[in-house]
Write a protein that binds this ligand. Structure first.
Ligand SMILES: [Zn+2]
Length: 118
């Protein structure tokens, strides 16, 4: 191997390492984005769980007291949650899941505004 070829090989390896470093930076940046997104979702999930258990407590308390005023209060809670974009119906385990593009849900609306007691 002559000196010229050795030098070319060396430059080739250096360029390869630069490309790899550039790919590495891209992957690192993508990964940061994913981790940030994940953290946001965890916080949102935590808030939603707290909200749900708060509403479940309120609903069961209202149910036990079973007065018209309290029933309408728990409907208001469900309505608030629904307006924030979440299902309050329990069709196929939908309760608490996000309504896609805020699409209306007949089951939720029936639960909130329907005649049936909750
Ligand atoms: Zn629903």
């Amino acid at each position: 191997m002559d000196k010229r070829q050795l030098y070319d090989n060396f430059i080739g390896i250096e360029e390869e390492m630069k490309r790899m470093l550039s790919s590495f930076e891209t992957i690192k940046s993508d990964m940061t984005g994913v981790l940030e997104n994940n953290a946001e979702l965890e916080i949102e999930n935590q808030h939603l769980r707290e909200r749900l258990s708060e509403i479940e407590r309120q609903t069961s308390k209202d149910f036990n007291e079973s007065s018209d005023a309290n029933l309408s209060k728990s409907r208001q809670n469900l309505e608030k949650l629904y307006d924030q974009g979440f299902h309050v119906c329990n069709i196929e385990g939908m309760y608490g899941s996000r309504r896609v593009d805020d699409e209306p849900c007949a089951f939720c609306l029936d639960l909130i505004y329907g005649e049936r007691e909750i």
